[in-house]
Design a protein around this ligand. Sequence first.
Ligand code: SF4
Length: 283
Amino acid sequence: MTQSTDLLGRPARNRRAGAGIEGMAEAGLARSERLTALREGRLAVIHSWELVTAVDGPGTRLTIFFAGCPLRCVYCHNPDTMEMRRGQDVELAELERLLRRYRRVFAVTGGGITLSGGEVLMQPAVARAVLRTAKELGIHTAIDTSGYLGAVAKDEFLADVDLVLLDVKSGDEATYRALTGRALQPTVDFGDRLARAGIATWVRFVVVPGWTDAVENVERVADIVERWRDVVERVEVLPFHTMGQDKWDALGMQYRLRDVQPPSAEVVERVREQFRARGLTVR
Ligand code: SF4
């Protein structure tokens, strides 16, 4: 996932209506049974869920945060989602119960579900099952992903996805790797697939002073996103914020952005203008 912000780019502090993992029954399966259930998509490892409005897609969303992520973004505001072992086992039936509980809210607000993380594509089998159920119930579906594991999302998986929130964290390999610990190319490949498949996409880019804000780097991101212009409905330019710092400290993890301040309004506007200059809609 990327950083949470509202539509004005401010950190979303009070976005939660539901909270954490409350209301979900924890699955208590024996070890071998658990592994089978995970593989078969009957069990998920969940960090938390939230009911949010005006973030993570249109309308009011049920955002489910899957535990585990292959990236190690220096600005991650939820580092406790990186390791799957910090999540809680939740059976598919529990997630489906949540979908049914909020179905009317989605219908009234034009909302739906957003599968986020961590990285939802770490658990493709259960994610696919949730998406399938949502479509059977007539619920709008979104996934929020870095795209790094895009290759595991098969065509049948994507057929049940109405919207992809795709983080393009940087525009060149070296900066992307420094920022995330992983390669950029899988994200580009995934975006190319979404464009070919005609799947609506909202691109997210976080402006981190000294890391991603250079004019040239933003141009490289814009070069990539421009290729997907037929499916990119908006580019969300999100200012880096420091709200995740306490979590890094609590986990005993080294936070490398301790001395980095949020970008100025002028820099954020300049970045937005760079995307607008390509004819892209910017939020
Ligand atoms: S991709 Fe993973 S490490 Fe990066 S911000 Fe999202 S959850 Fe954090």
